[in-house]
Write a protein that binds this ligand. Structure first.
Ligand SMILES: N[C@@H](CCC(=O)N[C@@H](CS)C(=O)NCC(=O)O)C(=O)O
Length: 202
């Protein structure tokens, strides 16, 4: 089993962090997304979208989409659970995972792609859209700060996949100079707590 990974990219980091939390060792194969190695026929044969991460099983089956890869490993190694065990936990974690994905991670990604022109060889950057996406990300960080005043982690008392998604997004947002504001003390408390986990270095 191996994972096609890019060490510097935020999405594959989510899977590395998830696996580190579970103590699962996998072979990582580095793909250079700057030169477009991910768009080669060999990688597109594994994921037609040409995006990383991609999990490749020993029989050649491939699974892409970071959350899908996480679901696979949660089913294979249920403990420690990062997707929830009771119906209530599963529902709340899924709710915060989707919020973190759509209103933060995606916005940070769009801000990066459209304001830096990093992938201008393969897409048309729209700077105004990038700016708006950055504003959306900041709005969600404000909402998270308020939520974390009453909740240890995004979905309650337990660390989950939702924290991984939000944490990797907040970390990557630094590239666009989007930072936790001094008055966002609860968001900062949560960020420091997640940063201190061993998996944050994966
Ligand atoms: N929804 C996908 C997103 C994957 C994705 O966008 N990966 C980025 C790296 S963070 C990538 O491969 N970019 C290269 C490109 O767009 O050419 C997932 O969750 O796995």
């Amino acid at each position: 089993m191996k994972i096609y990974d890019t060490q510097t990219a935020p999405t594959p980091r989510r899977v590395r962090m998830f696996l580190a939390e579970k103590g699962i060792d996998v072979e990582y194969v580095q793909i250079d997304i700057v030169t477009g190695e991910n768009l080669s026929p060999a990688i597109r044969a594994k994921n037609p979208l040409g995006k990383v991460p991609i999990l490749e099983l020993d029989d050649g089956t491939t699974i892409s989409e970071s959350t899908a890869i996480c679901h696979y490993f949660e089913a294979l190694h249920p403990q420690p659970s990062l997707l929830g065990e009771t119906p209530l936990e599963i529902g709340l974690i899924s709710q915060w995972q989707q919020r973190a994905e759509l209103y933060l991670f995606m916005q940070v990604g769009m801000c990066f792609q459209h304001s830096t022109g990093y992938f201008k060889d393969r897409m048309k950057p729209v700077p105004e859209y990038g700016k708006e996406a950055g504003i959306n990300a900041q709005k969600f960080m404000h909402l998270l700060d308020q939520h974390l005043a009453q909740s240890t982690y995004l979905a309650g008392d337990k660390f989950s996949i939702a924290d991984i998604t939000a944490f990797t997004a907040v970390d990557f947002a630094r590239v666009m100079k989007i930072r936790i504001q001094p008055e966002q003390e609860d968001l900062q408390r949560w960020y420091d707590m997640v940063s201190a986990r061993e998996s944050a270095r994966a």
